[in-house]
Design a binder for this molecule. Structure first.
Ligand code: NI
Length: 135
C-alpha cells in the first residue's frame, strides 16, 4: 500500500463552490487533500458499522449535575463499561453545568453500546460521539 492513486471526480456545481470555501477556511492544501480527508472520515464510520473493527470513540456529554440521580446513574454506567473506558475528563463549567469527555475503545459494537448507554441517560442536555480508527 502507500503512494497515491489519481482519478478524476465530478460533483454537482452547488457542491463545488462550498467545497472550495471549506478548503480555504479549514486550511487544506488543495481539493485532493480535503476530499481524501472526507473519504477517510466516511470509511472510518463504514468500517466501524460493518466490521468487528477496533475503534476509539470520544463522547462529549453536557449536563446539569443537579438533575435527579443523574450523577449517580452516570457513575453506575461508567462502572458498567469500565473495561472499555480509557479516560474521562470532567470540567465543572459553572455552578450548574458539567462537561464530560469520555474516551472509549473496543470493537465497534462494544463502543456503540457504551456510548449509547451514556448518551441516553435521562437529563443529559447534549451528547456527541465521534468515532475514529487507525486508517
Ligand atoms: Ni462538574
Amino acid at each position: 500500500m502507500g503512494g497515491v492513486r489519481r482519478f478524476s471526480i465530478s460533483v454537482p456545481s452547488e457542491l463545488a463552490e462550498p467545497l472550495d470555501i471549506l478548503i480555504r477556511t479549514e486550511g487544506y492544501a488543495n481539493r485532493s487533500q480535503a476530499i481524501a480527508e472526507m473519504i477517510r472520515d466516511r470509511l472510518i464510520q463504514h468500517v466501524a458499522v460493518s466490521e468487528k473493527e477496533e475503534v476509539i470513540a470520544t463522547i462529549t456529554l453536557l449536563y446539569d449535575h443537579h438533575r435527579l440521580n443523574l450523577v449517580e446513574r452516570l457513575t453506575t454506567t461508567h462502572h458498567a463499561f469500565q473495561e472499555f473506558i480509557a479516560a474521562t475528563l470532567h470540567i465543572h463549567l459553572d455552578a450548574t453545568n458539567c462537561l464530560e469527555v469520555i474516551v472509549i475503545r473496543g470493537n465497534a459494537s462494544q463502543v456503540r453500546r457504551a456510548s449509547d448507554a451514556l448518551a441516553s441517560l435521562k437529563g443529559i442536555r447534549h451528547a456527541q460521539t465521534t468515532l475514529t480508527a487507525v486508517l
